[in-house]
Design a protein around this ligand. Structure first.
Ligand code: NAG
Ligand code: NAG
Ligand code: NAG
Ligand code: NAG
Ligand code: NAG
Ligand code: NAG
Ligand code: NAG
Ligand code: NAG
Ligand code: NAG
Length: 501
């Protein structure tokens, strides 16, 4: 182990010096994170648990979607029936978390495991609660904070069949589910996330099953989003009123976005396109939750386009006075999942959501890509965190960041090692040089797992899983070894640079 660590560190430093340099790159920052900065790892229930129908668990849209695999939606036709088998092997996960020296573990609760139909009135599943109790207690016994997501995409089918996120009655069902979670786990869980990446699930076809969300002009995503914002806010208000006084935890939401950089940073049209793009991807959620209304630029554009199309109401719904009060200021912090960046410019020929935002995106051929074709743009991470800080001035937790490799990747994952090192360094710059209040960071992901429509063809883990191995042994990749060092050092101490001189 010792040899591997020093070899990796040296390799990295050399690679970093020799990496491609663009106009936006600047020097590596040797410095440490603020004291108390929290380091962690992330997973989600459907992607790792398996046990899809065990001990009274209800069916979720992902059980249905993957089993039906209509039109070959899943790249390898696979499903999460077993996945990493964390439902049985959670102790193995805790062991590797301990070896990494993390402060927290971000995982999600499968709504249908705890409430099989999704509706509390139909019954709560004690065996599901017992599972999460075992996981939470096991983490705490090792000094690892549970950081819990209530909703990471696996909607109970019982709620999907009555319209899912398009039926506003789901808002109350989510509040009821939240109450069960806070009541059962909140004595030990101090970090809560209501939703993971609504921008993905409200725009994804699997969120609508047999319905087609991709109709022009877009309408369903706005309705979904509206109900998600309300559900988030009710959950927050519930926690605030009934649980915070005794449990003293913190609750937020996790949004996801690329940094949408102006194609030419000096061009005012491109700067305006960047502004629109960030508000359509991030402000869509952050603005109502923090300021009580959708971003004014969204209001203006979608209202205008709706009116021009002769509609009697906007495709973008509005919050009445009562809801405005409930949603306004309904978060303690902002969670962010970030992987990549792209350029944007004005466009009046784009379709669907980009059509509403009047933007078109592009990449840069000089950017390196990860194994599944996502551009690696470390400087975009700093830009995003600093923009979030300047726009909203809230505490930030990075709840996902990581590198997707191809299925044939092994333990020597040098591009992932380099990705983490450079992205984490840009986060450090945002904190130290730009003043962003970033309090924690979770790498995605602890282990290779089920990557939704990519099935098992993509690997994001810092631990390797051989899916043919009946033991599903978690084997550390080089990235696990290098992250262990970054976590232990709390960043990149200045003396590290001296070691190679
Ligand atoms: C919305 O859900 C409720 C149950 O919560 C159901 O009674 C109602 O029919 C649903 N509405 C639609 C349009 O499906
Ligand atoms: C509540 O938690 C905060 C930190 O999150 C801590 O500073 C404070 O002392 C706690 N209060 C109580 C009453 O436990
Ligand atoms: C933008 O302006 C700065 C300073 O005026 C200049 O250094 C830079 O080269 C310009 N960038 C582009 C892409 O034109
Ligand atoms: C949200 O609350 C803030 C602070 O109380 C207030 O200034 C703002 O007007 C509210 N937003 C809306 C849309 O009412
Ligand atoms: C608005 O238009 C919809 C159909 O697009 C119709 O069902 C509804 O009744 C109209 N509402 C008003 C107030 O005219
Ligand atoms: C579309 O945008 C182009 C510039 O990109 C402009 O020349 C053209 O007038 C615009 N068309 C409309 C209908 O606004
Ligand atoms: C995966 O496990 C199977 C069964 O134990 C074994 O035959 C195979 O060699 C393993 N593959 C790798 C890459 O370790
Ligand atoms: C699987 O686990 C069992 C029990 O821990 C062990 O005896 C066996 O060697 C393991 N097999 C592999 C292929 O790791
Ligand atoms: C480098 O600094 C870290 C903490 O900043 C310290 O723990 C470590 O012992 C130092 N290493 C050397 C070789 O000085």
């Amino acid at each position: 182990m010792r040899n591997i660590i020093s070899f990796s560190a040296l390799t990295l430093l050399l690679l970093n010096c020799g990496g491609s340099v663009t106009a936006q790159d600047d020097e590596f920052l040797y410095d440490t994170f603020p004291p108390g900065f929290m380091w962690g790892q992330a997973t989600s229930a459907y992607q790792v648990e398996g046990g899809w129908n065990e001990d009274g668990k209800g069916e979720s849209i992902w059980d249905t979607w993957s089993h039906e695999n209509l039109g070959g939606n899943i790249a390898d036709g696979s499903n999460g029936d077993v996945a990493c088998d964390s439902y049985h092997k959670y102790a193995d996960d805790i062991k590797i978390l301990k070896d990494l020296g993390v402060n927290f573990y971000r995982f999600s609760i499968a709504w249908a495991r705890v409430i099989p139909t999704g509706r509390v009135a139909d019954g709560v599943n004690q065996a599901g609660i017992d599972y999460y109790n075992r996981l939470i207690d096991g983490l705490l016994a090792e000094g690892i904070e549970p950081f819990v997501t209530l909703y990471h995409w696996d909607l109970p089918m019982g709620l999907e069949v009555t319209g899912g996120w398009l039926n506003d009655s789901i808002v109350d069902d989510f509040e009821d589910y939240s109450r069960v979670a806070f009541r059962e786990f909140g004595d030990r869980v101090k970090y809560w996330l209501t939703f993971n990446e609504p921008h993905v699930f409200c725009l994804a076809r699997w969120n609508y099953l047999s319905q087609n969300p991709f109709v022009e002009p877009p309408e369903k995503p706005y309705i979904c989003a509206h109900n998600v914002v309300k559900a988030h806010a009710l959950s927050f208000r519930l926690y605030d009123a009934e649980f915070r006084p005794t449990q003293n935890g913190t609750i937020g939401i996790t949004l996801n976005t690329n940094w949408a950089a102006p194609k030419n940073p000096n061009n005012t049209d491109d700067q305006a396109a960047s502004f629109r793009s960030m508000h359509f991807s991030f402000g869509w959620w952050a603005n109502p939750i923090i300021r009580g209304e959708y971003p004014p630029i969204m209001r203006e554009l979608v209202d205008r386009k709706s009116q021009e199309a002769g509609r009697n109401s906007s495709r973008l719904p509005s919050f009445d006075a009562q809801w405005t009060e409930i949603i306004n200021g309904s978060t303690d912090f902002l969670g962010i999942n970030h992987y990549s960046s792209h350029f944007v410019e004005y466009s009046n020929t784009s379709t669907w959501m980009d059509g509403d935002a009047e933007v078109k995106g592009s990449g840069d051929p000089s950017w390196e890509q990860n194994g599944i074709g996502w551009s690696i743009v470390p400087w975009g991470f700093r830009k995003l965190l600093t923009w979030m800080h300047e726009e909203y001035s809230y505490p930030i937790y990075v709840t996902e960041n990581g590198y997707g490799g191809r299925g044939d990747e092994g333990l020597d994952d040098e591009p992932r090692v380099r990705y983490y090192r450079n992205y984490i360094n840009e986060m450090l710059k945002s904190i130290k040089l730009d003043g962003a209040d970033v309090r924690g960071y979770a790498a995605w992901s602890l282990i290779d797992n089920y990557e939704w429509e990519l099935g098992y063809t993509a690997r994001f883990g810092i631990h390797y899983l051989n899916y043919s191995d009946p033991n599903l042994t978690r084997i550390p990749k080089d990235s696990a070894i290098s992250l262990t060092k970054i976590f232990a050092d709390n960043g990149f101490p200045a003396n590290e640079s001296l070691l190679i001189v």
